[in-house]
Write a protein that binds this ligand. Structure first.
Ligand SMILES: Nc1ncnc2c1ncn2[C@@H]1O[C@H](COP(=O)(O)OP(=O)(O)O)[C@@H](O)[C@H]1O
Ligand SMILES: [Mg+2]
Length: 251
């Protein structure tokens, strides 16, 4: 098998964030992580540990008090607001816990909305769109509206929307948090499929050990810190291994 290129696509260094300027209680402190091209990294942490805040910083939605984020080698927070937006659109897709679909739009319209916002003509991207619809098995749902769909179906639409423009990086915030256990597993398998198919790099945060085990590296967020020596990787990485690491760390 050919060795995959492993150059970093997203690099966070020493991120710190507190809710108020000058506050001494940090939600995140000294958080560093690297996402390589084509990697699937999961961040495991209990509710309130700072997972959503971390994704907001990595995605440039929130500005850190300290630290840097490099996207494709470019320093996200050293850019003007306009350039930061362009960088985010070029590199990142988001998948949310509550799907964030627009209720008045059809499934098809929800999927192409980011293209329209980026000023692109969906007709020019017809083939990619058809392929995404096929990969996520959405052919029969295109003319439906979100309210009639199951949670699993809604999340498939959310993933299709996130990858329609083939971003190199997918940021996922507890994407199974509102799904049944079965739909959650199907959704996790779709992330693996999407990673295989497109070589997209995935960073997924979760409080579910089973979901975390889908990553090829699991990081543990505790008290706003990500200690790299606690990470799990390699063969034998499964939900049981994630559980016992959680116990060792008293998370
Ligand atoms: N804008 C904010 N103002 C004040 N506190 C916040 C804000 N955003 C997050 N927090 C706090 O930061 C902590 C981490 O929140 P969050 O990142 O949402 O955690 P998680 O996604 O892991 O549940 C929580 O204690 C939360 O109350
Ligand atoms: Mg959260």
């Amino acid at each position: 098998m050919m060795q995959r290129m492993k150059s970093p696509i997203l690099v966070a260094t020493s991120l710190a964030w507190s809710p108020r300027e000058g506050a001494d209680s940090f939600v995140l402190q000294e958080v560093s992580l690297t996402l390589e091209e084509g990697a699937f990294v999961t961040v495991m942490g209990p509710s309130g540990s700072g997972k959503t805040t971390l994704l907001h910083l990595l995605g440039g939605l929130e500005t850190p008090d300290r630290g840097t984020v490099l996207l494709g080698g470019t320093d996200l927070f050293a850019q003007s607001q306009r350039k930061r937006t362009i960088l985010r659109r070029r590199y990142l897709g988001y998948v949310f816990q509550f799907f964030q679909l627009l209720p008045d739009l059809s499934v098809r319209e929800n999927i192409i909305l980011p293209l329209l916002i980026a000023g692109k003509d969906p007709a020019m991207h017809q083939r990619e769109l058809e392929e995404v619809v096929e990969v996520l098995d959405l052919q029969k749902l295109l003319d439906r509206q979100p309210h009639g769909l199951s949670g699993g179906e809604m999340q498939r639409v959310g993933i299709a929307r996130a990858i329609a423009q083939r971003p190199p990086v997918l940021l996922c915030d507890e994407p199974t948090g509102n799904l049944s256990s079965k739909a959650g597993e199907e959704t996790m398998r779709l992330f693996s499929k999407v990673r295989e198919r497109y070589g997209i790099s995935i960073l997924l945060v979760t409080h579910n050990p089973r979901d975390a085990a889908y990553g090829d590296r699991v990081l543990f967020l505790r008290d706003g810190r990500l200690d790299p020596s606690h990470s799990l990787t390699g063969p034998g990485l499964d939900a049981a291994a994630v559980f016992s690491r959680l116990e060792e760390l008293s998370i």
